[in-house]
Design a protein around this ligand. Structure first.
Ligand SMILES: [Zn+2]
Length: 238
């Protein structure tokens, strides 16, 4: 199964698609004649749709997509702008955190789970936080949030969050990372427990303040990990 992360037109009727497949990880493929009516690709790929694809792997350059059949399209998601922005965020993060031709089935399941929940009208921010936590777990870089990640000391109510130092910093250590950001200890703990898979999604209750703290903490985490902001993040803030 292949989730379309991005697709663009190429050479008249063809398309290039970046797919996140459950079996092969990320794949970049050329679909010749994808936009042709009655062709082998049902009119072409759209970001966020899910397909069963046949693929010829090339030793260099783009893989060749030979046939595709759509299996899921998330129609309700496309009719709700807030949910659609959430989906863009999931697709961008999935693309940024995956490697070509390296299968990551659990992370694929997490991305698909998030899109299905968004399509069902589940609360967007909670779905995204849970997906981001799953991504964090997948990467294995868990932040230390129960004491200071630098000196092991006790944390204040609003410690500094520093992905660079691996977690929360006490007041004395905070100045060591000018890029850190003050976030409530409660928000950071929720992020860490989510990443451990310790909080079931249904029981997660994120009020405005904790929500803002979680958004700020995840934004900073991705900024430090990717070296840039997630572009779609500006659509899911506040
Ligand atoms: Zn410290």
């Amino acid at each position: 199964m292949a989730l379309v992360l991005e697709a663009w037109d190429f050479m008249n009727t063809s398309q290039i698609a970046v797919l996140f497949t459950r079996e092969l990880g990320k794949v970049r493929g050329l679909a010749k004649g994808a936009k042709r009516e009655g062709g082998a690709f049902q009119g072409g790929f759209d970001a966020g749709s899910v397909w069963s694809v046949e693929l010829l792997r090339k030793s260099e350059g783009l893989d060749l997509l030979t046939r595709a059949e759509m299996s899921e399209d998330f129609p309700r998601l496309r009719a709700d702008l807030s949910a659609l922005y959430g989906a863009f965020y999931v697709l961008e993060l999935a693309g940024a955190l995956t490697v070509e031709h390296e299968a990551e089935p659990e992370f694929w399941d997490a991305a698909m789970g998030a899109l299905r929940l968004l399509d069902r009208g589940a609360p967007r921010d909670i779905v995204l936080f849970a997906f981001e936590a799953a991504a964090m777990r997948h990467l294995g870089f868990m932040p230390r949030v129960d004491d200071c990640a630098s000196c092991g000391g006790k944390l204040p109510a609003r410690p500094a969050f520093s992905p660079r130092f691996g977690g929360a910093l006490c007041a004395a250590c905070a100045p060591r990372d000018p890029g850190s950001r003050f976030v409530s200890a409660g928000g950071l703990k929720m992020m860490a427990r989510l990443a451990e898979g310790a909080i079931p999604l249904e029981s997660l209750n994120v009020d405005g303040r904790i929500g803002a703290d979680l958004r700020a903490a995840f934004d900073l985490y991705w900024l430090n990990l990717l070296g840039r902001e997630v572009r779609a993040a500006r659509f899911v803030r506040g």
